[in-house]
Design a protein around this ligand. Structure first.
Ligand SMILES: [Zn+2]
Length: 700
């Protein structure tokens, strides 16, 4: 492993941060970032670092303080605030207690922070506090885990790293680990580091550089040892090309996603998972190898990860990819078996524990399939990404251990203790937005209503595929939304008048998030012409988008929802003109009426698979922020001219014709769609008018 320390860079950190935060925290920030940048040392908020220094309070008194990395913070991006200050003198005295529960420990840590708005420090805070060393670095280095997770691990560590390190058997993180660590260091003075079996590495030093260098040197030694002993690599027996695996993913993911979802209370949406594919040459070689299964279903590398992945993955043997119905039975059977065995794992272990207040769902987080790779799930795309990165690392390290000999991970009771460890649960975060587990497809998203729908659904936590004909307008919208909502936005070029294009679009969404739950049929075009002058070819163009486009989207949604098997919601953006048509507006009014009727028929046909189809009928939405609607392009200038109004005047005209004198916005339309998609009432085949009250357009 490369030593990235630079004295010049370190000095830059000191000049940037020391004046406000002190030199110690400036160095701490620098080397924490170096550790965080190395993915084979720490992943996603893992690992923790500290420095002991002084803190001056308002009375001018200088206190003995420790600065410990905040729980879940990413080391690679850390700022000085990411190491909150604690009263070290007090924390040290906790070491004298015979025992300390997790709850008491968290309270003691939180109540001895020195700043009121500090984030909660790491679960391993007391490890850092009970030891006198100034700088301390704790990582879950891949190469160290490759040494410790073997049947004769302690001996292997000694052989690889020599006498410079202390080796400590696995101890549950928290108070016990802190005491055991302090005791071991006292008993073995003069060492530079400690290896925690099946957990990771702890190094220390008088300076940030010294501790960092110990980490790099020891990990490098471990890497050399592992490479040296790799005499028996896994034998690949299948050799699936990644492209083939990706094709299979589109077929398998919706099935899998449906089976992982849990139905919640009556009217609420399913508790679904976002699933991300982990498909690469390395992962395929692993699942397609002679020892893939044996290594994969063994316990995890370190306890730190298992709240994200659960203790064990689900392995599906010889999947029948060419026989869809057999494949479904196979996956359904395997998921059910996993659920049953997870329940008995909980029953077996929770008998000896008082800490289990609420149980996790029983679905697997990681599913491994020969010929496909891994499916990694989470409550949203970020959680699924964390699960995926940890799985990639786990498989890689297990393959390296397999090449050396046998693998031995944590015991079941250690896994359980960590999975149901109160402190770990905090990392997962409790609150969820109403649509955070859902995936929506919005058609005609580049227009005013479409972009409003996309934005409002994203604000509710939804993953949104923003679709429209390929255009700069679409690209700009995707960029704008991604800058705010990150990976929950996907731009998908899609033509609603072509069934191939729709199928391609669904496949693109499935390849990223595993499925689709909400379909917002919004794409539409308008045309101003009297019937007398209406060109039939022009009429057909409007008909293709408004009627055939709706039909094809409803059909694609129905096919997908059937495979996924967890219901779904469709909202068709209808129009006030369905109920109160406008003169010069025949093509639009008639085709929208046909689309509306198709949606009602869909509500009849799809209720049996728990798919609800509802409509929203707005009047005159011309813009969403700067974004003008297609309706505006078609109708606005003409209406302005014929009535002798400017843009503002036209808005006022439409506002004044409704009962509430309301200006209708895209956000209003989106909120009506949101009402349906959050399933607040058992409603299908219904229409919400969003028009400020137009008596002649009231649905009847
Ligand atoms: Zn750890």
């Amino acid at each position: 492993m490369k030593n990235s320390w630079s004295d010049k860079k370190a000095t830059e950190f000191v000049s940037q941060y020391a004046a406000q935060w002190g030199e110690d925290l400036a160095y701490r920030t620098y080397s924490a970032r170096l550790l965080g940048a190395e993915k084979s040392l720490v992943l996603h908020g893992g690992g923790n670092t500290s420095v002991k220094s002084r803190y001056t309070n308002l009375l001018g008194e200088s206190l003995e303080a420790i600065f410990v990395k905040a729980s879940g913070y990413d080391l690679s991006l850390i700022e000085p605030e990411g190491h909150p200050a604690l009263d070290l003198e007090y924390l040290k005295r906790l070491g004298e207690l015979p025992e300390l529960s997790d709850e008491d420990m968290v309270r003691e840590i939180r109540t001895h922070l020195l700043e009121d708005e500090s984030p909660t420090p790491s679960i391993e805070t007391l490890v850092h506090a009970f030891v006198a060393e100034k700088f301390m670095d704790h990582t879950h280095a891949d190469a160290i885990l490759a040494l410790t997770n073997q049947p004769d691990g302690q001996k292997v560590v000694r052989e690889a790293l020599g006498e410079e390190v202390i080796v400590l058997d696995y101890v549950k993180p928290g108070f016990q680990l802190a005491q055991a660590t302090a005791k071991a260091i006292q008993a073995h003075p003069g060492k530079r580091a400690m290896v925690w079996m099946r957990h990771g590495l702890l190094t220390w030093g008088d300076t940030a550089k010294e501790s960092y260098q110990s980490t790099i040197e020891l990990v490098s030694k471990a890497e050399e040892y592992v490479a040296d002993k790799a005499s028996n690599p896994l034998k690949v027996t299948l050799s699936t090309p990644p492209k083939k695996a990706e094709e299979r993913w589109v077929q398998v993911a919706p099935l899998l996603r449906g089976l992982l979802a849990e139905s919640s209370e009556d009217d609420q949406p399913y508790r679904r998972m976002i699933i991300r594919p982990l498909i690469s040459k390395e992962v395929l070689d692993f699942v397609d190898s002679d020892r893939g299964r044996e290594l994969a279903v063994s316990p995890p590398l370190t306890s730190d990860h298992l709240i994200r992945t659960k203790a064990f993955p689900l392995w599906i043997d010889s999947p029948a990819y060419d026989e869809p119905s057999q494949l479904r039975d196979q996956i359904a059977g395997a998921v059910q078996e996993y659920r049953t065995s997870y329940q008995s794992y909980l029953d077996r272990n929770s008998a000896q524990s008082e800490t289990v207040s609420s149980r996790f769902d029983s679905a697997p987080r990681v599913i491994l399939m020969p010929g496909l790779g891994a499916a990694c799930s989470g409550k949203d795309v970020l959680a699924a990404n964390v699960c995926r990165d940890i799985t990639a690392q786990t498989l890689e390290v297990k393959a390296r251990i397999g090449a050396m000999g046998d693998y031995e991970g944590l015991s079941e009771s250690d896994c359980f203790a960590m999975e149901y460890h109160t402190l770990q649960h905090r990392k997962l975060g409790a609150s969820e937005l109403p649509l955070s587990r859902q995936v929506a497809v919005v058609t005609g998203a580049a227009g005013a209503i479409g972009s409003g729908l996309s934005r409002v659904f994203l604000e509710q936590g939804c993953h949104v595929a923003v679709t429209d004909l390929p255009s700069k307008r679409l690209d700009d919208l995707v960029k704008e939304l991604q800058s705010r909502f990150g990976e929950r936005v996907l731009g998908v070029p899609l033509d609603v008048t072509e069934s191939d294009s729709i199928a391609q679009g669904f496949a693109s969404v499935i390849s990223v998030w595993g499925g689709v739950d909400l379909v917002l049929v919004n794409a539409g075009v308008a045309l101003v012409s009297s019937l007398e002058e209406l060109d039939v070819e022009d009429f057909r163009k409007v008909e293709r988008v408004n009627v055939e486009g709706t039909l094809l989207m409803l059909a694609a949604a129905a096919r997908h929802f059937k495979v996924q098997g967890t219901g779904g919601d469709v909202v068709v953006i209808s129009s006030k003109n369905v109920f109160a048509p406008g003169a010069q507006f025949g093509a639009y009014s008639a085709t929208k009426a046909a689309a509306h009727q198709l949606a009602r028929v869909a509500s009849l046909e799809l209720a049996q698979i728990d798919v609800r189809v509802n409509m929203v009928s707005p009047d005159a939405v011309f813009s969403e922020g700067e974004r003008k609607s297609g309706l505006w392009a078609e109708v606005g200038p003409d209406r302005m001219r014929s009535r002798g109004l400017d843009e503002k005047g036209l808005e006022d005209y439409y506002r004044n014709r409704n009962l509430l004198k309301a200006k209708i916005t895209a956000e209003h339309v989106a909120k009506a769609a949101l009402f349906f998609c959050t399933r607040q009432t058992p409603t299908t085949g219904a229409t919400i008018p969003v028009d400020g009250g137009l008596p002649d357009a009231t649905p009847r």
